[in-house]
Design a protein around this ligand. Sequence first.
Ligand code: Z5A
Length: 211
Amino acid sequence: MKRGRFITFEGGEGCGKSTQIKRLEAFLKEKGIDVIVTREPGGTRLAELIRGLLKDEKDDPPCDRAELLLFLAARAQLVKNVIIPALNSGTWVLSDRFSDSTFAYQGYGRGLDLEVLKIANEFACDSLKPDLTLLLDVPPEIAALRMRKREEETNTSADRIELAGDEFHRKLREGFYALAKAEKDRITTIDASGTQDEVWEAVCKSLKRLI
Ligand code: Z5A
């Protein structure tokens, strides 16, 4: 049995990950490839409960270290119960965020020690690494416009993490650039400020080495 491929999508909020993942899922299914989509935090019952705590707890919001550990607990559960079994059975896994988000948000964004994060993250995900990571890069102003439009359309409001200020989002973007620079073979950066079709074209191009 050939192991499935593990592809992750990363970037700041509103960069268009979910939109492109849906397209890729449909594209792979059309090619006859078994594929599942997961998201982080989330993807199992326990991890979805943790997601609720992380995004919406306003009365007793997690401190930075608690936030890190909650993300990692959700990841450990998802990796063990969903991702590894799927990959071992030959199914491809597309994940809306994975470890790079922890380095970008909790490391570069919140300022937690990157070396500690590395060890803790490897423990949580049993050293699993994506075969390919697509970093959708979009200027924060464009992302903010998209998010506002979506909030109006769906009548929702920004969550606890989305409410972090401009300085946080600047550090976050720089963090993603640093991660991409350090792992050029795994992480492909895509300009995601164009139309959905333009971004999809770039996604397809970067998939060539896997398909
Ligand atoms: N987080 C963390 O801190 N540490 C971690 O380890 C992990 C996560 C794993 C999860 O939030 C939060 O957890 C996230 C990081 C943190 N923090 N924040 N904030 P989430 O899962 O709720 O949301 P998200 O991951 O940030 O994604 P999102 O907001 O749902 O956006 P998206 O998936 O990247 O974009 P989208 O839904 O595809 O598109 C957004 C809107 O733009 C939508 O209306 C689309 O129709 C539109 N769109 C998409 N593409 C385009 C283009 N090309 N042009 C114009 N409009 C577009």
